[in-house]
Design a protein around this ligand. Structure first.
Ligand code: GLU
Length: 320
């Protein structure tokens, strides 16, 4: 009898949950913003009545991994930088020659900033100073690796002019404190736990301005000029705003995700935006209108259904 118990338990657990629709969200490092944002979505949606969604939130390497997992259907939803969604949809960068035809836009979240963090004692005060230094560009699954590469290229620095690393975002603050890194790129919303960790360490850090990017911004419609809001980090050694470039965070899914699943998630979330804003300081500025921006891939029909119903999108003039 004893050996049957686990099987019996699994059987009963499966039966007990047969009324649930299980969905997953691919996010990012636990000390970024995607992961807490995914958990905020889970909390709000699961607490809302009128649907059967049960959400699991998966930590991940970031945008590129999430988009690929959505395309392979190993996660239902993925959080991804708007520039990465653009590239996947148009078959560029990591998706060169292979446009992601099944990728669908659902909504956007907070704005992200390409953030270059450097140890003060490394002497890095501009992008040019990165030459010869040990710099983390990001893991291959991250969104920011592509941003770091594009910025270095625009600044005329080749990857072999620095000691480029491919660590995951969650490791960087500690590696910098331990002297294994001089600087790292992280495209992230603010405030982010990983950046707080960096600014509160014994080895002091500064945010390095990302300037001279006019040609990059002109060639890539998804970048905007923005800045690192230093005031969100109480122990930062700088003051004021540090110029950089950025983009929106978006949530994507597969074209085959059932309409009712996407509709239920979007409805539960948009009807509780006050709650969503209160879950994390980086989400505090979200508005329903702003969350409809940033789509490059076609809008998923389940999301469109809710946006039409809520009056957030006007119906086409010839609609009945
Ligand atoms: N933008 C990062 C990436 O796509 C993730 C940022 C976060 O986790 O908040 O890799």
């Amino acid at each position: 009898m004893k050996s049957w118990c686990p099987l019996l338990f699994l059987f009963l657990a499966a039966c007990g949950n047969s009324d649930k629709t299980f969905v997953s969200i691919g996010t990012g490092s636990q000390t970024g913003v995607y992961y807490p944002a995914g958990n905020a979505i889970k909390k709000i949606v699961e607490a809302a009545p009128g649907h059967d969604l049960n959400i699991s939130v998966a930590a991940s390497g970031g945008s590129v991994e999430n988009i690929n997992n959505v395309l392979q259907k190993s996660v239902t939803f993925g959080v991804a930088q708007a520039d990465r969604q653009f590239q996947a949809h148009h078959g560029l960068s990591n998706w060169e020659g292979d446009p992601a035809e099944d990728l669908r836009f659902v909504f956007s979240l907070h704005p992200e900033v390409v953030t270059l963090v450097a140890a003060v004692d490394s002497g890095i005060a501009s992008i040019g100073d990165l030459k010869g230094k040990r710099v983390n560009l990001g893991s291959p699954g991250s969104g920011h690796r592509g941003n770091a590469e594009a910025i270095l290229k625009t600044a005329g620095i080749s990857l072999d002019e620095l000691r480029a690393e491919s660590m995951s975002a969650g490791e960087c603050a500690q590696k910098l404190q331990d002297g294994f890194l001089d600087a790292y790129f992280y495209t992230v919303g603010h405030p982010a736990g990983a950046i707080t960790e960096a600014t509160t360490g014994r080895r002091k850090v500064r945010f390095v301005p990302i300037e001279g990017m006019d040609s990059l911004i002109a060639s890539a419609p998804y970048y905007t000029r923005t800045f690192v809001p230093v005031e969100k980090y109480e122990q930062a050694v700088q003051e004021g705003k540090v110029p950089s470039i950025g983009m929106l965070t978006t949530v994507v899914t597969h074209a085959d995700t059932p309409e009712e699943t996407v509709y239920a998630l979007v409805k539960a979330l948009f009807e509780n935006l006050d709650d969503l804003r209160a879950q994390h300081p980086a989400l505090g500025g979200l508005t329903a209108e702003g969350m409809l921006l940033g789509g490059q891939a076609p809008l998923h029909p389940g999301a469109l259904k809710y946006y039409l119903e809520a009056g957030l999108i006007a119906p086409p003039p010839d609609a009945p």
